[in-house]
Design a protein around this ligand. Sequence first.
Ligand code: PGA
Length: 257
Amino acid sequence: MTRRKMLIGNWKMYKTVAEARAFAEQLGRSAHLLADSLDYAICPPVTALQTLRVVLPTKVALGAQNIYFEQQGAFTGEVSAEMVRELGARYVIVGHSERRNLFGESDEWVRQKVHTAVASGLTPILCVGEDLRQREQNETMSVVERQTMSGLSDLTGEQVATAVIAYEPVWAIGSGMTPSPEQAEEVIAHIRRVVSDTKGQETAKQIRILYGGSVKPNNIAGFVAQPNIDGALVGGASLEVESFVAMAQAMAGGEQS
Ligand code: PGA
């Protein structure tokens, strides 16, 4: 089976509602440039979900950047899976390195969030990746293995098959540095083997695994040309319509809808 390639934008803490609306209106005028052979999603700040749901072209899905793992309760400042789903989110990013490192999210929290996402009908985008020290100490494979196995441990093979993993080396995020496409492929192929060993070969064939970290219009084609890389999770370069469309076109090889 062929896995549909995905282009997912992670806006982080950028864009007010007015700015998000302007992006969506401009993208709407370029929607014919987004090939139907790819899947698209934008993960805006939670405040912009409702507006984007109305204004974004229908072929671009929505995702949240975070949820809490409880369904409801006295958790000041948190949002639940059901709350973001109600606003149109189909995906949710879980375990992004900024959440792990700046907000202290443990593997255990990430596991619970992935579980809650799936139980609530959201598709989790589980982020895994090594930091610079781990890379220098040759721990890349063991780090992604641990994060992948822990993050998916509550899910059945069927549930894992429709989930998404993003391999994002921490040192490549927002830095302008990237591994070579071949290096990213090697890690992603390893992640797929881990999924195969723990959840079965069929599941591993179906799950989509993306690369993320300083992806730009001029380097995306090299990554997605690799056999195991099913698309990209993009921060900075997803904030402008021109570069979002340029990345989509580079992925589709110039094909239009
Ligand atoms: P970047 O961010 O594309 O700006 O490096 C990627 C991410 O954090 O998902």
